[in-house]
Write a protein that binds this ligand. Structure first.
Ligand code: CA
Length: 597
């Protein structure tokens, strides 16, 4: 969820401000709150109005806390009071004695400007807004002196709370030297849009409370529309009086809300009962997903822009051609959208409005996958890496089977991963190859037909950034990030945003999962700090404590303090492979089949 809400549509380098685990810690602290003061409101002098980012988040978080029986006060200035009033909140606008009279246990700021180094208040563009920004940040400084718990949510580095990441703001944010907040909070939540940070905090509270505390999509829309219509709010980026937030359409807020909800409520597939699943786009991924779902006993409805020729033997509950309609898809418990469906397509917004979860083929297949996965991402060389890995597995498995014949005392079933790797080798697919659904289907068919060798497969997938953007619970046991090449990047995105998207490959990791990062790229090396499992590195130039590196024309691997040196074969050294392809492929092979000589 922390990764999700740090999505950075404004290209502000927000991921550079993300301190791992702050969302969880803030929620755990709030869960125990007695009385919470929520401070919000960002007034825009040029528009003579407050903005749409902040108050909806305040309302969402306040409602969630109220549902948990926690008292909530809303604090703002006189400029923003009408906005909160339009949402049915009664804001406190005189703050001098508030801490003494109300005695809150927690203060939360959502999108509220804080003083910079020179004591002035500035907006994201560096404009001085001190004259129209009463110093509500003083409450947080005083709260810190009194030992109250403080939480700050911001999306630009100039807000209350972001003083915790002052150095990062100076380094990563435009105008950072002028605008960087000097007011820290105990917990600081960096997010792409501040409302999203509040939705995330309400989402994290929902997980702790085991109860969905979020507004419905309709309530979320109504909040923002009411704020503009009755509260006179404007968009903080466009300064126009319209129901957009930070220049983003309402549909983006709904998509974020529903994506957060997917992390709270179980997937319909987890009910282990037959459900009705819509397939949006019957292309390569859609075909494989439909057949896999049918095989698992689910009802499948197919919606495509063009005519549909069903896979042989596939029985479906319905087919819609010539376009996607909500009337057809409203019967579904879940919808799988093909990569061809644009993220801003109307049908997706309509599905979000109805609260019907939308997932990708990769996520669907993952939710139905009984096997451990290896996943490789990076700007280039993903495919080559998993192909090399497959070769290394085959070679090592052949040696292993041979050497094991004389070693009956050792139990080859000790590690299921080793067993899989030895017996079945490595099955590969993913981006530009066979989708995971197709691999699972083949495996199911081979089990039915009693055909080895993919009865018990170990699967390695190449995974693109695009695929990573739409995963929910996808958790490969071993994840590797090869590289991040700027020449391949979309110019609308910041490098920090690419690092965030790549890091989604390990965001669901648990302590026994494994991540491999390139040590030579400081931006990717730094992701280790955000990882919850075991991390290994690769390097083309230097020895490592844990990982694989090249030196003196050889490859060296250090898994547990013992350095193993391996000669590089002629064909492996060829120009078609980058060093990271070889290093990752070899390291993964050793990690899975460690004791095979
Ligand atoms: Ca904002």
């Amino acid at each position: 969820m922390e990764n999700l809400i740090a999505s950075d549509p404004g290209g502000r380098n927000v991921f550079a401000l993300l301190v791992p685990d702050q969302l969880r810690l803030a929620a755990q602290s709030l869960r125990l709150a007695r009385r919470v003061a929520i401070v919000t409101g960002f007034y825009i002098p040029e528009a003579d109005a407050g903005e749409t980012d902040g108050p909806p988040g305040a309302k969402t978080l306040g409602d969630a806390l109220a549902k948990l029986g926690i008292s909530v006060d809303y604090l703002t200035d006189s400029y923003n009071a009408p906005l909160l009033g339009s949402l049915g909140l009664e804001p406190v606008t005189t703050h001098d004695s508030y801490l003494d009279s109300a005695k809150p246990s927690h203060l939360v700021s959502i999108e509220r400007s804080a003083r910079a180094r020179d004591g002035r208040y500035r907006n994201m563009r560096g404009h001085d807004i001190t004259a129209t920004t009463p110093p509500l940040d003083e409450l947080f400084l005083e709260a810190a002196r009194r030992g109250l718990t403080t939480i700050g949510i911001g999306d630009g580095g100039n807000e209350i709370g972001m003083g915790k990441v002052f150095a990062e703001t100076l380094a990563a944010i435009p105008h950072g030297h002028e605008i960087a907040s000097t007011v820290p909070t105990d917990f600081c939540i960096a997010t792409g849009v501040s409302n999203w940070g509040a939705y995330g905090l309400a989402g994290a509270l929902s997980i702790l409370a085991d109860h969905d505390l979020l507004p419905t999509a309709a309530e979320c829309s109504a909040q923002i529309e009411t704020l503009v219509r009755d509260g006179g709010a404007v968009d903080g980026v466009t300064h126009r009086r319209e129901p957009t937030v930070d220049g983003l359409p309402l549909a983006d807020s709904l998509r974020m809300l529903e994506s957060i909800r997917q992390l709270i409520v179980p997937s319909p597939l987890e009910r282990r009962l037959p459900v009705t699943v819509g397939i949006l786009g019957y292309g390569i991924a859609g075909r494989a997903a439909a057949s896999l779902l049918a095989r698992h006993g689910h009802r499948v409805c197919i919606s495509d822009l063009h005519s549909v020729a069903l896979e042989e033997g596939l029985t479906v509950a319905g087919v819609e051609t010539g376009g996607h309609t909500i009337k057809f898809l409203a019967q579904c418990d879940l919808v799988v959208a093909s990569p061809g469906v644009r993220p801003d397509a109307l049908i997706l917004t309509q599905l979000h409005q109805r609260g019907i979860p939308v997932i990708s083929e990769l996520e669907l297949a993952y939710q139905l996958c009984p096997y451990p996965l290896i996943a490789v991402t990076g700007t280039r060389g993903k495919r080559s890496t998993i192909e090399l890995m497959q070769r290394f597995f085959a070679a090592r498995a052949a040696n292993g089977m041979e050497s094991r014949r004389g070693r009956s005392s050792r139990d080859p079933t000790a590690s299921p991963l080793i067993q899989r790797g030895l017996e079945g080798g490595l099955t590969i697919g993913g981006n530009k190859g066979r989708p995971l659904s197709a691999l699972l289907l083949e495996s199911a068919l081979s089990i039915a037909n009693r055909q080895s060798p993919i009865e018990n497969p170990l699967i390695a997938l190449a995974v693109s950034s695009f695929q990573l953007e739409s995963i929910v619970h996808f958790r490969p046991h071993i994840a590797a990030i090869l590289n991040l090449h700027e020449d391949h990047l979309d110019r609308h995105r910041s490098l920090a945003e690419y690092a965030r998207i790549k890091s989604r490959i390990f965001m669901n990791h648990r302590p026994d999962d494994i991540l491999i990062l390139p040590y030579d790229d400081p931006r990717l090396r730094a992701l280790a700090r955000k990882h919850h499992g075991r991390t290994f590195f690769i390097s083309a130039s230097q020895p490592l404590d844990r990982g694989a590196w090249l030196a003196g024309g050889k490859m060296h691997i250090n898994l547990d303090g013992m350095v193993e040196s391996i000669a590089i074969q002629q064909d492996e050294a060829s120009a078609e492979f980058f060093p990271e392809n070889l290093l990752v492929a070899k390291l993964v092979t050793r990690l899975v089949l460690p004791d095979v000589q």
